[in-house]
Design a protein around this ligand. Structure first.
Ligand code: SAJ
Length: 419
């Protein structure tokens, strides 16, 4: 079988490579010429555990090529972004364009699979009108399904294989054909349903996380008011067999959890109350974090201090800055009149105006170190060797990532968000 994967980003590239490693002939398509060039040279434009070696294998075995335009194939997989507009409505233009781009190449008997997360009814209302232009009878001569990815960045290859998948077809045959394809490497169960149900399920999963994180963030704020360490309180609560409180933090980032709940709000604005409130609660965390930093500084007599933000990525051990709470914390700090440097060992090129190349540079004059991302590199820092010009700098850990004793022994004043 020949596959054409449209969109070679965080999901498309690993998925394409995985199929190629399983022996299928795969052609990847991306409109970013630079990324295509790199990929054909076995180089990466994104970071993911195991991806480098798997890409090399795929290209060396002759199973994987890439270009900026689609090719004729038996199966098309679409994995392009589905972001939100500034007014929190879904932007489905990339999905529509990607679908339109394959229309000239699609032949009778082909299967088109959407992997991107989308608002319910997108297959029906956005993709099918484009695919009808092939002149093929949908469900008989052209099969279409939604097979949303569910993998977590950092562990993509593990989860591609082991996670269950929900596959929704525009008819049962479409779903069945999709299942047969993914069985090339998926060891989890593949559950079949219709396309709209699959769309809703995927969005529900990420919304579940968002709502629960908002709950944890609300608890963190409450705990701060009564001098309780929320991290300890959550740990104890989670010893209950039916309680699983999520982790507070400086906000929710990434292109999924902070985005997908808005799809449900747009779909049912008068019904999605909790979902909307949760989204706004999480979006308020960067400002809350900045205020907490400001209060700490003024507690120690420092006005308009200098802050070193440790971490720009949206979560630990990834190189992805999209929708990162850290960048919003920085904006909020600056808005409050503070001077900010930042450092992130995973963001290789300087991608943020406040970013420095070394941690030493970022913390040099800092009154306060603000940990926003729980990278392993930060957990392993030796506080004793990290000297700022301040005799007793402040450390505010928003992720409960550090060992307070070590920082306090090194003359830092140590604080946590939610404590
Ligand atoms: N976060 C918290 N508290 C938590 C968990 C996460 O503050 O308890 C924050 C993180 O720091 C990060 C953001 O939320 O800023 C999202 O991180 P994440 O690791 O929870 O999720 P993503 O966005 O990397 O991946 C999610 C996953 N969805 C679920 O776990 C339901 C993944 O399985 C999906 O495939 C992915 O979204 C996607 O692409 O939709």
């Amino acid at each position: 079988k020949k596959l054409c994967v449209v969109g070679l980003g965080y999901i498309g590239l690993p998925t394409a490579v995985m199929f190629a490693n399983s022996g299928l002939q795969v052609h990847g398509v991306d409109k970013n010429e630079h990324a295509v060039k790199l990929i054909n040279n076995k180089q990466l434009h994104i970071e993911e555990n195991g991806l480098q070696q798997r890409l090399e294998q795929a290209v060396d075995e002759g199973h994987f090529t890439a270009s900026t335009t689609p090719v004729e194939a038996d199966v098309y997989i679409i994995a392009v972004p589905s972001p939100i507009n500034p007014d929190n409505t879904a932007n489905l233009e990339f999905i529509r364009q990607a679908t339109a781009s394959i229309v000239p190449y699609v032949k009778k008997g082909a299967l088109v699979i959407l992997e991107s997360t989308v608002p319910p009814k997108t297959v029906e209302n956005v993709m099918l009108p484009e695919l009808r232009k092939t002149g093929l009878i949908l469900g008989e001569e052209l099969f279409v399904s939604h097979s949303p990815e569910r993998v977590i960045p950092g562990k993509i290859f593990e989860e591609l294989v082991n996670n269950d998948r929900i596959v929704g077809g525009i008819n049962p045959k479409s779903a069945e054909l999709t299942k047969e394809l993914y069985q090339a490497f998926v060891q989890g169960t593949i559950h079949l349903t219709d396309a709209t149900t699959a769309e809703l399920v995927k969005v529900m999963e990420n919304t579940y996380r968002d709502v629960n994180i908002a709950f944890a963030n609300e608890l963190a704020k409450i705990a701060e008011g009564i001098d309780v360490d929320i991290w300890e309180a959550i740990k104890f609560a989670n010893f209950h067999p039916r309680v699983n409180i999520h982790t507070p933090g400086p906000g929710v980032g990434g292109h999924c959890i902070a985005v997908d709940p808005w799809f449900l709000v747009e779909l049912a604005p008068d019904k999605a109350d909790i979902i909307k409130k949760a989204r706004l609660t999480n979006d308020g965390m960067p400002l809350y974090t900045a205020h907490r930093a400001q209060k700490l500084l003024s507690q120690f007599g420092i006005e308009n201090g200098k802050v070193a933000v440790l971490g720009l990525a949206f979560k630990g051990n990834v190189d992805d800055m999209r929708e990162s709470p850290a960048t919003k914390v920085i904006e909020a700090l600056q808005g409050l009149g503070m001077e900010v440097n930042s450092f992130d060992p995973h963001i290789k090129e300087l991608q943020h105006p406040t970013q420095t190349e070394t941690i030493e540079e970022a913390i040099q004059d800092a009154d306060l170190l603000l940990l926003t991302t729980d990278h392993d590199e930060f957990k392993q820092l030796d506080p004793a060797s990290l000297k700022t010009k301040q005799p007793r700098p402040i450390m505010l850990d928003t992720k409960n990532a550090l060992n307070p004793d070590r920082w306090e022994q090194a003359e830092y004043r140590f604080f946590k968000l939610g404590d």
